[in-house]
Design a protein around this ligand. Sequence first.
Ligand SMILES: Cc1cc2nc3c(=O)[nH]c(=O)nc-3n(C[C@H](O)[C@H](O)[C@H](O)COP(=O)(O)O)c2cc1C
Length: 191
Amino acid sequence: MIILGSSRKARRGEVVAKWVLAAAQADSRFEIDYVDLQQLNLPYFDELESPFTMYAQGIEYTYAEGKAWAQRVGQAEAYLIVTPEYNHGYPGVLKNALDWVGREWGDKPVAFVSYGNITGGARAVEGLRQVAVELGLFQVANAIYFPNISRDAFTPEGQPSHASANDNLKKMFDELVRLQQAFSSVKKFGT
Ligand SMILES: Cc1cc2nc3c(=O)[nH]c(=O)nc-3n(C[C@H](O)[C@H](O)[C@H](O)COP(=O)(O)O)c2cc1C
């Protein structure tokens, strides 16, 4: 599952996410579920309990959108999150999407690609790492950061200005597959 974590109409994130998507589509190891949070359009989280408690106690979602999103997350075997940096964090819309789901994230790998100004979104990724721990995700160690997103990080054709990013994305895919294979046969936590 590739998640584009920016939903504003004038977002620059689409060029980054579409670069990831094209590389994943060209890789025969993957079946891709591309999630655009603008289209997903989730309401703000509003359930009776946390999704972890709901899962543990068999409590149904009251919002059909939340239920469908949790099922979609549950079907994925690995996640790649593309995020901008907003005020040294990641967008609220992305946090909302993460908060809507609990156990379905667990015991699966996640990798991060970020973009922003001078730090390339590094602080957004660091913030996401804390959340990912609580969600029970296994994290790919190396993230990919794109500084200068509003200037020259990508060519007009939608390719990274530094070709090394393609090699790093391939390594990220390899690591997602390695972690997914390593943990898919392990008994799930709490079962
Ligand atoms: C509300 C807001 C806060 C921002 N704060 C930061 C920041 O703290 N660090 C940074 O590197 N860039 C920051 N930027 C610049 C964004 O990284 C840049 O505008 C990027 O294109 C935003 O992603 P998007 O276009 O996909 O929404 C901020 C942009 C916005 C809209």
